[in-house]
Design a protein around this ligand. Structure first.
Ligand code: UD1
Length: 431
């Protein structure tokens, strides 16, 4: 099994180029089947989740051609099955975006229930509520969500909770429904806006994406498009925190600073210096880090996908910090791993971490419990004294392209090892 071997302790310095946003790419790739015309999508991150989704689409007859590592041509004119179920698709959460896309186009879709990271119960009741409001029959059978409608008819939908997935799924189906749909209490994440922009580039009529209320006027059909995905807010934030915890100096390039405001604000609060330009942010960490409090919230609040990374930094910051997770119920599993490295963290009630900062971490063998926590443990290992091994790195490959290579470029001592022998070789090399 592949693992990361990491020798921590040196500051990360240099420039890193951020790729396309995974969480925008997934719905955009799914939505590209909603027309029979050809669609070109650029800046797709080459990560496991996007690879799996593209494969699943090929399996139902979608034409997919990789123009280069980040650009694909997609044509959904010859789809031969509206049942999407294979052993891979069950492992990724975003498989369910094919429901909204296929239901919109064909008024029928059956897709395996989603997997994804084990970060708590991830209900889909709001997706189902939205589909039903558009006139769809929805039921769950043999591990599949089955949807069918005679006609999709626009509706006024109030989301009971703010859900990225439900907003996206209902928006896709509503684009090809008859009449107007209003989604209230919609998610406002940059990837929701990116999908709306993509659908509008295909001829959809969506207004208000990025606000609480999305208004959609249904159209009869969509046409082809040539579209470039926005940069990944979470990949950028992860490298920004890599600078913070290693006392480094990193220029994070190809980002939209506006999307990073909540992350930048917290880094400044804990003692980093930030300099922003049009499409890059430099993070310098030269002073001791200081404590703060943070609560994860829907955008524009602090993202839950950055919660493990900020916890890694706060556990090295002077004073007591409190991190409150308000989106997912099981997102502190990695804390036990940080404790192995010397962190002083107590999780109370499942949603609150009380952190007393320690001066340093010591290297340890760590298991990545999910995608973002896995990346955060790598940051902890890079900050730690001595050698660490991070196991289960397949989680990290779900969402970070070339993670260890980008870190190596910044001076990190990190390698993928496949065996005890390779690990020993790494140890000899790093001394
Ligand atoms: C997406 C992101 C994920 C991110 C999350 C929150 C993708 C592929 N994943 O996940 O990285 O952490 O947004 O920003 O884009 N909920 C319900 N009923 C529903 C839907 C959701 O109760 O029908 C709950 C969930 O259990 C969770 C909360 O709402 O507690 C937020 O979930 P949601 O915004 O839907 O997250 P995802 O779309 O799954």
């Amino acid at each position: 099994m592949e693992q990361y071997a990491i020798k921590g302790g040196n500051p990360l310095v240099g420039e890193v180029e951020i790729g396309g946003a995974k969480n925008a790419a997934l719905p955009i790739i799914a939505a590209s089947v909603m027309t029979d015309d050809t669609v070109y999508i650029d800046n797709i991150p080459d990560v496991r989740d996007t690879q799996v989704l593209l494969k699943a689409m090929e399996n139902i007859g979608v034409f997919v051609k990789h123009e280069n590592r980040h650009k694909v041509t997609i044509n959904g004119a010859n789809i031969h099955s509206l049942v999407v179920d294979d052993e891979y698709i069950r492992k990724i959460r975003a498989s369910y975006y094919l429901i909204g896309a296929l239901l919109g186009k064909y008024k029928h879709a059956e897709v395996a229930l989603p997997g994804g990271c084990d970060i708590g119960c991830r209900a889909i009741d709001q997706h189902i509520k939205g589909f039903r409001a558009l006139g769809t029959e929805v039921y769950i059978e043999h591990g599949l969500i089955k949807t069918r409608a005679k006609r999709l008819v626009g509706s006024h939908i109030y989301m009971d909770i703010v859900s990225v997935g439900a907003t996206i799924n209902v928006m896709m189906a509503a684009v090809l429904a008859e009449g107007r749909t209003i989604i209230e209490n919609a998610a406002k994440e940059p990837h929701v806006v990116d999908l709306a922009n993509f659908l509008n580039s295909m001829g959809a009529e969506i207004k208000g994406a990025g606000t609480d209320v999305i208004r959609i006027r249904g159209v009869q059909k969509l046409h082809g498009s040539d579209y470039t995905i926005i940069p990944d807010q979470i990949e950028a934030g992860t490298f920004m925190f890599a600078a913070a915890v290693t006392k480094g100096d990193i220029v994070v390039k190809n980002v939209i600073p506006k999307h990073l405001e909540s992350i930048s604000a917290k880094l400044t609060e804990i003692g980093c210096e930030l300099k922003e330009a049009d499409d890059c942010i430099r993070v310098v960490s030269s002073k001791p880090l200081v404590h703060t409090h943070v609560k994860t919230l829907p955008y524009p609040g602090f993202p839950t996908d950055m919660q493990p990374q900020i916890t890694v930094a706060l556990a090295l910051s002077r004073g007591t910090s409190i991190v409150t997770e308000s989106i997912f119920e099981n997102r502190f599993k990695y804390v036990d791993e940080l404790i192995k490295m010397g962190a002083n963290i107590k999780v109370e009630g499942g949603d609150t971490a009380i952190i007393d900062g320690v001066p340093k971490y010591s290297g340890a063998t760590l298991a990545a419990p999910d995608l973002r926590a896995g990346a955060a443990l790598v940051l902890a290992a890079l900050a730690a004294e001595g050698l660490s091994v991070v196991e289960d790195i397949h989680y990290i490959a779900r969402g970070y392209e070339d993670f260890h290579l980008k870190l190596q470029n910044l001076g990190a001592q990190i390698e993928v090892v496949n065996s005890e022998r390779e690990l020993q070789r790494f140890k000899l090399k790093v001394g």
